[in-house]
Design a binder for this molecule. Structure first.
Ligand code: 5AD
Ligand code: FES
Length: 353
């Protein structure tokens, strides 16, 4: 047995490894060893979810953002970014179409846009839930006060995605302007968990200045936090940002991390992300084969898709929702899995409900 084979075995059995061991695994894993990692990750995924893959309909409802994160194409300093906002009626129409297409989760994602006040968001969430009582609403709208999170939850939102981006304060400072802090990001994540949301965190793989040490801090933090969902994808440069000349994160590193996260958090809801599909035409399929069990096709109206550009080269910007839905069905089936028309909650949530 090689050192890494032993590490993979131990990770599968005990669900964790010492920080130095995790870093060694990620830094030195070979193609032969990665096949073993993925096989273990698929076995664990299939113990909990069988061959099922959950769909999340992504509604990118505003491209306005008050933040200035150095990696993101929607940062406020990017004067080239085209800005738009969807109305409540447009968002509800996306949900109606999504429901017809078999989606049972809608993800409201946007920049941090103060134009959507809490009253507006609560009204929208309750209308979405009333129109489609068999569907879950996930929010991905950034840092807000705890009282706001409480109001959205009361209105019917049950899940929240907020990537920490990095768990290391120094690295956080390299990716964000001074007005943002890792402490507040984590405050938000703990508040969301405490309120009762299913919470997703996550990172970009290969972001500028990231080391394996940072990634290991992320992994151990996600486990300690008991993340219900983890969103990871490669960093991809956007030409109109300060990181426009940095290299994209490697797909192999991203796939290794998906496998490791599946072993550390066996029941986690783990998407094969759009960024993964952007750096490799078969990236999402490879993600599913490395332990992912969720896909997030785009449900945004076609005329706004090319304006929601977090990074260069984003896929699916010219496709109708129905096309993405069919495309995803085929892609999932080709690697031996099956798209299901279910809400796809975390198992601990079903027990609690
Ligand atoms: N490359 C990859 N992912 C990015 N995100 C933002 N900008 C980029 C980029 N350039 C990710 C962040 C954010 C999520 C919505 O998109 O991790 O949390
Ligand atoms: Fe959008 Fe393939 S998933 S076109």
């Amino acid at each position: 047995m090689t050192g890494n084979e032993r590490r993979i075995h131990e990770l599968r059995e005990t669900r964790t490894l010492a920080a130095a061991e995790l870093a060694a695994l990620l830094a030195t894993i070979t193609p032969a060893e990665e096949r073993q990692l993925y096989a273990a990750a698929r076995a664990v995924r299939e113990e909990h979810y069988g061959k099922e893959v959950y769909l999340r309909g992504l509604i990118e409802f505003t491209s306005h953002c008050r933040n200035d994160c150095l990696y993101c194409g929607l940062r406020r300093s990017n004067a080239h970014a085209e800005r738009y906002r969807l109305t409540e009626e447009q968002i509800l129409a996306c949900c109606d179409e999504g429901h017809r297409l078999g989606f049972r989760t809608f993800v409201l994602q946007g920049g941090e846009d103060p134009a959507y006040a809490d009253d507006t968001l609560c009204d929208l969430i309750s209308r979405m839930r009333a129109a489609h009582p068999d569907c879950a609403v996930t929010l991905s709208i950034g840092e807000r006060p705890r009282a706001s999170y409480e109001r959205y939850f009361a209105a019917g939102a049950e899940r929240y995605l907020l990537r920490q981006e990095t768990s290391n304060p120094w690295h956080y400072g390299k990716l964000h302007p001074v007005e943002l802090s890792l402490a507040n990001r984590k405050r938000c994540l703990y508040d969301l968990k405490d309120i009762g949301y299913q919470v997703g965190c996550g990172i970009m793989v290969g972001s500028p200045y990231q080391t394996w040490g940072h990634v290991v801090e992320d992994l151990l933090w996600m486990q300690e936090f008991r993340a219900d969902m983890v969103g990871i994808g490669p960093f991809i440069p956007h030409r109109d940002t300060p990181f426009g000349n940095h290299a994209a994160g490697p797909i192999e590193d991203t796939l290794h991390l998906l496998g490791v996260i599946r072993l550390m958090l066996p029941e986690v809801l783990l998407p094969a992300t759009t960024a993964l599909g952007t750096i490799d035409p078969l990236g999402r399929e490879r993600g599913l084969l490395a332990g992912a069990n969720v896909v997030m096709p785009n449900l945004s109206p076609r005329d706004v898709r090319s304006k929601y550009l977090l990074y260069d080269g984003k896929i699916c910007t010219g496709d109708e929702a129905a096309e993405c839905r069919r495309c995803m069905e085929r892609r999932v089936a080709r690697v031996g899995y099956r798209v299901v028309e279910k809400r796809g909650d975390h198992p601990s949530w079903r027990d609690a409900a």
